[in-house]
Design a protein around this ligand. Structure first.
Ligand code: NAP
Length: 472
């Protein structure tokens, strides 16, 4: 019970801090974000080994992830300094009768209020306590209440202590950043129900995300739920690509499928390959390249057993031909899995469109460009679609790009989908279930827009206009 009371207290403190934080200057919040980045880097020697101890992701990867997290915090600071949070659209008054005549209207943006942030398991820095959701919410002027992920509890606590220290040093009230831990469904539900919470940011499973989205929508006053719930990231290999050789792309794809043991939201889960000899050669090269990969152990037992269940379901499907056997369940690390299925069977069986989070993929063999498009339409929502071999403009390429853009937040024409650059142009989202709010992104500087709500000020007094979009 006392645990639940502490969640309420955290949300309440965030609610009490929200007004002043919303009215703070962009420059002050930029200083806060830069100080958080600096503090993370200063504590690298203690944070990275702790992260490795709890996640087993390895020092090189975790050092790189800490760099990315600090880069991201500073990037949002730069965006604030450029005026991104307080953009104003001003339409002067026009004399005369409507519709041409009108009052002066000034469109500004106000922060939503406290954001409940559910840290992800698979990026203990970049999508966790001081990751992109926290950075973008603080940049927007919203206090954050972090729900720690139980996969890295000690790292989460230590990172939160660093944040608390920086907040205090900078003279902010402690409600600006709150932290709750405790591995339980009850914790998350209580947080989303807390009256002071104004929005939720979530990265995790379809099951957990839909349950929490339901809680958010059943509140007396429902709140926005920004959830990233899974993605299978199809890679379409076109005939033009196959003519350039199969070994190098197959090796790159195998590496991407196994990167981080497949625990990337952008991991390629479906590879669409034309039927015929060239396609056969590519599938055989991919299978060979995958067989040489040795994925490391997975983040939690829950994630591992979900992967084993997903792969078993694929392997047991009469429509799927196994190309690489699933690993034994008692093996410490999962083995890569590759199966092959005809497009018609894939399209007909919705269970084959579900994400198996880990180092596995299905090859879907297509007889035509139109069938590749039907595969994309059956998938319906994905963070990414990769099109290999669409460099030349023709009707087929245009149709594929259109179909890919309709189902994905990011369409790649080279490279692999794992690896998500933090920039202004980034879009990490997409139709459901990739995101519950497909017009929003959870990576890149536009992520801040999720937490800012437009308000039109009509005939506003001079003192308010002089604030140039900074809420009062
Ligand atoms: P998860 O089980 O969804 O947990 C994420 C967070 O949500 C945790 O804090 C968890 O709290 C909370 N939660 C889960 N179910 C809940 C519920 N019914 N009510 C309230 N809170 C709930 O995700 P995970 O443990 O990180 O990984 C499990 C699976 O998620 C993976 O196998 C994978 O399929 C998927 N995943 C996807 C992504 C992605 O990028 N799309 C990233 C990571 C994981 P407690 O644990 O404290 O209960």
């Amino acid at each position: 019970m006392s645990h639940l009371v502490s969640i309420d207290a955290a949300a309440l403190a965030a609610g009490q801090a929200a007004g002043d934080f919303a009215a703070s200057s962009a420059a002050a919040r930029a200083r806060l974000l830069r100080a958080l980045a600096e503090a993370l880097e200063a504590e690298r020697e203690s944070l990275v080994p702790l992260a490795d101890q709890e996640t087993g992701l390895g020092l090189p990867r975790l050092n790189g992830e800490l760099d990315r997290t600090a880069f991201q915090l500073r990037g949002f600071a730069t965006e604030l300094e450029r005026g991104a949070a307080h953009r104003v659209e001003d339409d002067p008054a026009v004399a005369g009768a409507p519709p041409a005549g009108r009052p002066r209207l000034t469109r500004v943006r106000v922060p939503l209020g406290p954001v409940a942030m559910f840290a992800a398991s698979n990026f203990p820095f970049a999508f966790s306590v001081l990751g992109g959701d926290t950075a973008s919410a603080l940049a927007a002027g919203c206090p954050v209440v972090v729900k720690a992920h139980p996969g890295h509890p000690m790292l989460s606590r230590k990172t939160a202590q660093i944040a608390h220290r920086v907040i205090e040093q900078q003279g902010w009230t402690e409600g600006v950043f709150q932290f709750v831990d405790g591995a339980s469904v009850e914790t998350g539900v209580r947080l989303v129900q807390a009256p002071a919470i104004a929005a939720v940011a979530f990265t995790g499973s379809f099951r957990g995300g839909t349950a929490l989205a339901d809680v958010a929508s059943r509140r007396p006053r429902p709140i926005p739920f920004f959830g990233e719930l899974g993605s299978i990231n199809p890679v379409i290999v076109l005939p033009a690509m196959l003519q350039r050789g199969v070994e190098a792309p197959a090796a790159a794809l195998a590496q991407s499928i196994c990167q981080g043991s497949g625990q990337f939201c952008t991991s390629p889960g479906v590879i669409v390959v034309p039927v015929g000899d060239d396609g056969d050669a590519f599938v055989s090269a991919l299978s060979k390249a995958l067989s040489t990969q040795s994925p490391h152990g997975m983040l939690t037992e829950g994630i591992r057993s979900a992967f084993d269940r997903g792969v078993s379901a694929w392997a047991e499907s009469p429509a799927v031909r196994g190309l690489l056997a699933p690993a034994r369940r008692d093996a410490v690390a999962p083995g890569p899995f590759l199966g092959e299925v005809a497009a018609r069977d894939f399209i007909a069986d919705a269970s084959l469109h579900e994400e198996a989070f880990g180092p596995g993929a299905l090859v879907v063999r297509v007889a035509s460009n139109n069938q590749a498009i039907e595969v994309l339409q059956a998938i319906g929502g994905s963070l990414t679609v990769t099109l290999w071999g669409a460099e030349g403009e023709n009707e087929e390429a245009r149709a594929l790009v259109r179909a890919a853009s309709q189902i994905a937040g990011r369409v790649l024409f080279a490279g692999v989908p794992t690896g998500v650059a933090v920039t202004g142009a980034q879009q990490h989202g997409g139709p459901y279930p990739a995101s519950t709010q497909p017009w929003s992104t959870s990576v890149g500087y536009a992520a801040m827009d999720r937490f800012l709500r437009p308000v039109a000020l009509q005939d506003a007094p001079a003192w308010l206009l002089e604030r140039q979009g900074v809420p009062c």
